[in-house]
Design a protein around this ligand. Structure first.
Ligand code: 13P
Length: 258
């Protein structure tokens, strides 16, 4: 990470876990042990029905609440969907877009791009995910794949708005498997993403954008991953469900910036 030029962000992705009552309980426990230092931004992206409880509980804290998906349309006949305006009105600051678990349900790069644009229009911070499968890594096409995902996901995003986007690199083979990318593997791809942003925009934007790593990040491996120059934080699944573990990852971000 590099705190001089960009923010460090520790974000949780709860996926389909916890009820509103459990959310309230978690937030009470988290608040009791939340570090006071402000070395990083903290986000918790929770299931839609848990957003009100999370926002209420964390109102007086520095923890920003986020959603795990959004619909890019402003309103209308989209049964079961949630618009960006609904999320901001509910108190969300962030929204995860293009997670591999959603891409596996059919979300395309064009969908991701429409959602990133809608999120930015609404004033939400999009956490745009990318990542390769094990087959793609073994076929040596990681670089090409990630480059395409970034280019298509950011299509039409202006230079003024690119700094508001957070990118998360989540190799699919490392998600929920306990098989973390090595710090070198994660750094290589995060550095590549920064290079792609530099080519699409400019050096200033590339230097300012926060790029997170996600995939079995936990209280044990976070320090080493976050010590890499191009890894500006984490998008954490399993370990974000346990207050003590999540706090340890926040603490791991409190290290001399590279
Ligand atoms: P795990 O931390 O459970 O591997 O999940 C990572 C993830 O998908 C975060 O979005």
């Amino acid at each position: 990470m590099n705190r001089k030029y960009r923010k460090t962000v520790i974000a949780g992705n709860w996926k389909m876990n916890k009820t509103p009552s459990e959310t309230k309980e978690f937030m009470t426990q988290l608040k009791a042990i939340l570090p006071k230092g402000r070395w990083c931004d903290i986000a918790l992206c929770v299931p839609a029905v848990c957003i009100p409880a999370a926002v209420r509980a964390m109102r007086e804290t520095r923890v920003g609440i986020g959603a795990e998906n959004c619909n890019p349309n402003p309103s209308g006949a989209y049964t079961g969907e949630i618009s960006t305006a609904m999320l901001t009105d509910a108190g969300c600051k962030y929204v995860i877009i293009g997670h591999s678990e959603r891409r596996a349900m059919g979300e395309t790069d064009a969908d991701v791009n429409a959602k990133v644009t809608a999120a930015l229009d609404a004033g939400l911070i999009p956490i745009m995910c990318c990542g390769e499968s094990l087959e793609q890594r073994e076929a040596d096409i990681t670089e090409e794949w990630i480059t395409t995902q970034i280019k298509l996901g950011l299509a039409g995003v202006s230079e003024e708005r690119i700094r508001k986007v957070i990118i998360a690199y989540e190799p699919i083979w490392a998600i929920g498997t306990g098989r973390t990318a090595t710090p070198e593997q994660a750094e290589d791809v995060c550095k590549l993403i920064r290079t792609v942003v530099r080519k699409l925009y400019n050096s200033k934007s590339a230097r300012a954008i926060s790029i997170l790593y996600g995939g079995s990040m936990n209280d044990k491996n976070a320090y080493e991953l976050l010590a890499q120059p191009d890894i500006d934080g984490g998008l954490i699944g399993g370990a974000s469900l346990v207050p003590e573990k999540f706090v340890k990852i926040i603490e791991a971000a409190n290290q001399p910036a590279v």
